[in-house]
Design a protein around this ligand. Structure first.
Ligand code: AHM
Ligand code: MG
Length: 334
């Protein structure tokens, strides 16, 4: 028998049966998000044509206003969430404060946090970019979402996922029952289940870090990377280095092939807890991997501000545990 084709729609309907408490509103929110993603994917594919179709802020040959891709992604996703009528609070990496939800839009009990276009410096050079999202349930009373609703630790996430605009467009997400990956079939415009129940290998042989920062790493990170270059726990050979500079792409490779991605504390943390580290940490743990600051679980961090940055060490469980051991050993004895 040929393999059964499972659309995202069918998968979600089947998953809903596993969560008897799940409401159709969550599914509705996901549909709106997926529509926004398809529109962003279309624009990503045309990004290289921007010079001949019209520069950002100007009109293209069709007389349409051309927007920068990250602004376009931000607007499409925010609009989609408003259309869902299921969101009480929204915040994005692109805006300093929470995104207002007008009363007329209707308010539900979901909190939506997102990075609309991750790896945006890679757009101009035609390298993979992504979108990341995280969903929490409202915890404060009243209809309006508050900052407190956004500042919840990662272990309370209801769902998390990302979209990779790569050689194909993929949506990978979890609602706390494993991690599933869908690939967009451009001929029918549907996401089809291509990677059911993704599991990170317990150990990999690829490491991913910005080596340009070597001179300012903390001693634990420096010792660990030196170790990886000397011998590999798996087969005695050195680990291979791969670094795209788009978290979504580096994470996706780590999820599929195993290994470790590091954006350590020194010289300074860069990745945002709410829009990048916490959602990736939920996906990693759901896929049996591990996500750490180097000394503690990412999902346990209680955020104190919307744009808080944290170190992120994520990947195969054994590799991340090794990193933590190196950091612990390098710490000065008190
Ligand atoms: P962005 O969301 O503004 O694009 O920045 C985050 C990106 C991540 O995707 C990536 O892992 C990291 O920045 C790369 O940073 P660096 O260039 O310092 O290595
Ligand atoms: Mg980002």
């Amino acid at each position: 028998m040929p393999p059964r084709i499972v659309t995202l729609e069918r998968h979600i309907t089947e998953q809903q049966k596993l969560h008897p408490a799940a409401s159709g509103r969550f599914t509705g929110l996901l549909w709106e998000f997926v529509l926004a993603v398809k529109m962003i994917a279309r624009e990503v594919r045309r990004a290289g044509l921007i010079d001949i179709l019209g520069a950002a802020g100007h009109q293209n040959v069709h007389g349409e206003k051309v927007q920068k891709l990250d602004e376009y992604a931000q607007e499409r996703i925010a609009e989609a969430m408003l259309n869902s009528g299921s969101v009480c609070a929204m915040a994005s990496e692109e805006t300093p404060d929470m995104i207002p939800i007008p009363r007329e839009a209707g308010r539900g009990h979901y909190v939506f946090l997102f990075d609309p276009l991750d790896g945006s410096s890679n757009i101009d050079v035609n390298i993979s970019i992504g979108t990341i999202f995280s969903i929490h349930r409202k915890i404060t009373p009243g209809e309006e979402g508050t900052l407190q609703d956004c500042l919840q630790p990662g272990y309370k996430q209801l769902a998390a996922g990302y979209v990779l605009y790569g050689s194909s467009v993929m949506l990978v997400f979890t609602t706390g029952k494993g991690v599933h990956g869908f690939t967009l079939d451009p001929t029918v415009g549907e996401f089809l289940l291509s990677h059911p129940d993704l599991r990170m290998p317990p150990r990999g042989r690829i490491y991913s870090i910005n080596e340009g920062n070597t001179a300012s790493w903390d001693p634990g990170t420096a010792a660990y990377v030196k170790h990886l270059k000397e011998k590999n726990e798996a087969d005695g050979r050195p680990y291979t280095l791969r670094y795209v500079g788009t978290l979504v792409a580096d994470f996706h490779r780590t999820l599929i092939n195993g290994g470790i991605f590091m954006y350590p504390a020194a010289p300074k943390p860069k990745l945002r807890l709410l829009y990048e580290a916490a959602p990736m940490a939920m996906i990693a743990e759901q896929a049996r991997g591990r996500a750490s600051t180097g000394s503690g679980r990412i999902l346990d961090i209680v955020p104190t501000e919307l744009h808080q940055k944290v170190p992120l060490i994520v990947g195969s469980a054994d590799d991340v545990a090794d990193y933590e051991t190196f950091v612990r050993k390098a710490r000065p004895k008190t």
